[in-house]
Design a protein around this ligand. Structure first.
Ligand code: HEM
Length: 415
């Protein structure tokens, strides 16, 4: 029995070691010969872990791999901060204050004349014309700096991502899959910068003035937030891959069909959180948090009467504030109930301590996130609650990713 179990556990490591000849030729077969010698198997497994954690680094050095992990974690942290500042920029209505864009050459005006000229440029656009004619130069400076902070943080991510990437590449620290991944992540990051400007541009056009409120296109806002979340998820996931120690083989419970099912349900949870967050971006983009500020009913109805007032029907799901809010709140409720049900299911499973912690934390996060969403709605979207709600979405997604990482060892039920 002991031998079988240690063999199973070793097989889990083997999936990571497809390219390691050492493993194929020496480990597996010598283990089969060492019948019952659990102590020796264990020291062999420990030696193997040096190789199995080598997910990004070409050199096989654990130190290099950790450095790559910290680099990616740093980029993820900065991305998190940039998304939050982006949310506050939108909520304080500062996003349309800078009316042009250059990927690198953007510095604050350095003299009173330069500020006045920047202010004059702003006055040519709908936000000033339609609702901000009372704004003073000092107030303009404040919203300008808010948008500038968001753009500068975006550029900082670019520097913190691309410069070390070039260094690691030059030092030959990346293996081939990691080289491909870093190129993909870099392209997403570059695209994200462009999307940011593409979104702002929509708010500078006269046709996007609704109810005396110039707004960016909700489609572009959702694309900008969605791409940020994809980039964040990818680098956070890879950071965890490099930084999290593999679970102790001896602590891993036997793989059962319930564990495999739990892993699948966790994947679904990630997907649901992501989808709910994108639907939230549409709520934000249409200011749909300012209609029907009641919960659980919308006014005194479960299904409001103006849900399908646009033609064709599909437009309501993206352009009708009532329908967009209806979708987000019910998708969010379904996501929360699903995650809580998965958590309840996990209670009867035997999980390693870190996976248990991640599972508990995910349940707590989704509860807090739903509560924050409801409060944001009931209090008519105050900046503090709405930005906490946005940060909460990324936190919940991060914990779901962490839980998935902790379940990576569950491959399939051994025959
Ligand atoms: C799993 C749970 C939830 C997730 C992941 C989630 C995610 C999000 C995200 C990402 C946004 C966009 C934030 C922005 O761009 O500023 C958002 C907005 C919003 N959500 Fe949720 N949400 C959840 C639950 C809820 C619930 C239960 C409600 C209310 C019933 C709610 C109400 C709102 C409102 C009113 C907004 C608009 C806030 C604004 O204009 O900034 N959310 N949500």
């Amino acid at each position: 029995m002991t031998l079988l179990r240690s063999l199973n556990q070793l097989q889990l490591y083997s999936s990571k070691l497809v390219h390691t000849n050492l493993f194929r030729t020496t480990t597996k077969y010598s283990l089969i010969r060492n019948t019952g010698n659990y102590q020796r198997n264990q020291s062999l497994q420990n030696a193997l872990r040096r190789f199995t954690t080598n997910d990004a680094s070409n050199t096989g050095s654990i130190r290099n791999q950790k450095i790559i992990g910290y680099w990616l974690a740093g980029c993820a942290g900065l991305t998190f901060a940039t998304v939050c500042i982006g949310g506050i920029t939108r909520l304080t209505e500062s996003g349309l204050s800078m009316v042009d864009w250059h990927p690198f050459k953007e510095v604050p005006p350095s003299s009173k004349e330069a500020w006045e000229s920047e202010f004059e440029k702003y006055k040519q656009y709908p936000e000033w014309k339609v609702k901000n004619q009372e704004i003073t130069l000092e107030q303009f400076k404040w919203i300008w700096f808010m948008e500038y902070a968001h753009r500068t943080l975006g550029r900082t991510i670019g520097a913190v991502y691309f410069l070390p990437m070039a260094f690691f590449w030059y030092k030959k620290w990346f293996n081939k899959p990691m080289k491909i991944r870093t190129l993909i992540f870099g392209s997403i990051l570059g695209f994200q910068g462009f999307l940011g400007w593409y979104m702002v541009k929509s708010g500078l056009e006269a046709k996007t003035v609704y109810n005396h409120e110039p707004r960016v296109s909700q489609y572009r806002l959702a694309a900008h937030l969605g791409t940020a979340m994809v980039f964040y998820s990818l680098i956070f996931w890879n950071a965890l891959t490099n930084l999290l120690p593999n679970p102790q083989a001896t602590q891993l419970p036997k793989i059962t069909s319930s564990l495999v099912k739990f892993k699948r349900l966790t994947m679904m949870s990630k997907l649901l959180v992501f989808t709910t967050a994108i639907s939230g971006a549409f709520v934000a983009g249409l200011d749909a948090g300012l209609v029907y500020n009641t919960w659980p009913k919308m006014a005194d109805r479960w299904i409001p009467s103006d849900m399908f007032r646009h033609n064709p029907l599909w437009k309501n799901f993206f352009e009708n504030a009532t329908t967009v809010q209806f979708d987000h709140r019910h998708l969010a409720e379904a996501t929360s109930l699903f995650i809580l049900a998965v958590w309840a299911y996990s209670l009867k499973l035997k999980l390693p301590p870190r996976a248990r912690m991640a599972s508990n934390l995910l349940a707590a996060c989704v509860l807090a996130q739903a509560t924050l969403g409801i409060c944001t709605l009931l209090y008519h979207v105050p900046v503090e609650l709405a930005s906490a709600h946005q940060a909460g979405a990324l936190t919940t997604l991060s914990v779901a990713l962490w839980l998935s990482q902790e379940l990576k060892w569950i491959k399939r039920i051994p025959k």
